[in-house]
Design a protein around this ligand. Sequence first.
Ligand SMILES: Nc1ncnc2c1ncn2[C@@H]1O[C@H](COP(=O)(O)OP(=O)(O)OP(=O)(O)O)[C@@H](O)[C@H]1O
Ligand SMILES: [Mg+2]
Length: 446
Amino acid sequence: MSLKSQLTIWSIGILTLIALVAGSISYLFAQKGVGLFLDHQLRLVAGSVDEGSQLPSMQKKYLVEDPQKREYGFVIQVREQNEPVRSSRPDFDLPIGNTSGYSDQVYRYEKWRSYTIVYPDRTVQVSQSDIVRRDIASDAALFAALPIAGLLPLSWMLVVFGVGRILKPLADVTMAVTQRDASSLAPISGRNIPKEAAPLITEINSLLLRIKESMESQRNFVLDAAHELRTPLAALQLQIDNLSQGLSQEDLQARIRELQFGMQRSAHIVGQLLKMAHYEAEQHDSVRKRVDLGEAIKRCISEIIPLAEKSGIDLGMVCDEAAEILANENDLRILIGNLLDNAVRYTQSGGRIDVSVEVLEDTASVCIVDNGPGIPEELLPRVFDRFFRVNGHGSEGSGIGLAIVNAIAKRESVEVSLENRKDAKGIKAKASFRLLAKNRSPDNSA
Ligand SMILES: Nc1ncnc2c1ncn2[C@@H]1O[C@H](COP(=O)(O)OP(=O)(O)OP(=O)(O)O)[C@@H](O)[C@H]1O
Ligand SMILES: [Mg+2]
């Protein structure tokens, strides 16, 4: 149900309930007030009656009795020495009380309210029919409750009008968003918006801004990716064109090798792009489990060993402290694998790479230290950017490896840093994980 309907229904319901209660209370109070007033009147009339000299003239009124015209329906009776002597209404023998004061009695199936004054020589009683009293009281009570009943529909209309007015800015925002072009990510105007709804508009606007930035970043990513792929594809095209020219068997073999290399490079870029897209995607269900960090690192090393051996690099584990962490094994393999791949790829033949697992308080760190060329200090902050490569390193990288590392690190809450070694030339790459347990006896094997 809409907020407008809910507010309207609740307000109208509450107003109606209050009106009913207020009307009933006014009605009851008015009835009670009129009852007291009529009692007072009875007493005044009784007090003003003398021995009854004025009664005969009053009797004329009752000669032809019309119940509709009873007016205030007073019956005035005077008794002397236990004998009723005079009455304003002849032949109406309402019993006369023996004590002064108010009394209620039933006479001829009708209820009567009386006030009696006992004098030494006479008794005066003034009575009034309860029907007449109730009629007068009801009329007065109705008049008291009537304004409330009359104002109720007006209050309903005011509620409908007021709620509509209060919610108009929200309705305007809804209309503006509904009519919006799908590509428009401009902020929503929160002018005149109620204070309570303002945070919602602020949040939506900040979400729109983030979507805009994300879309821009995606667009740049596609542009960069296309640009990166264009170079090897153009080279491939050129090599294929050259194939049609009459070549010797030897030249042909060389061209085919170049073609294979070009294909590999393109496939590598596409593979890296896919990984990048996967790790930067918003939704990613990471299944984490307890992992023995040292064992996982040894598996990563064994995967890269053939490449290291081919390049004549001495790659080994120099320190393996017991550490258990919570991680997604595949993500961990790719993260460490990319750091190791860089160390092997950018370290010259005959170089050395030392890998260690160290525990400090509640952190387990993997350090990969190479003695390659290092990275110029001013370029270090950019190495995690997509497609960034340091000129002069010569290797055919795509510049995405560290961006993937960064994306995984963000997801898995791993701290990754890259710095130039202080003691010698080379890079020290460090990945720090939250330690779960020190569960294995130290085993410093390479
Ligand atoms: N250990 C290292 N020693 C020297 N330079 C490095 C090292 N690690 C990274 N770099 C530099 O940082 C750049 C970015 O590395 P990154 O891993 O992101 O991309 P890549 O290795 O060029 O390509 P990819 O990993 O996608 O195949 C590299 O091109 C290289 O110049
Ligand atoms: Mg790399």
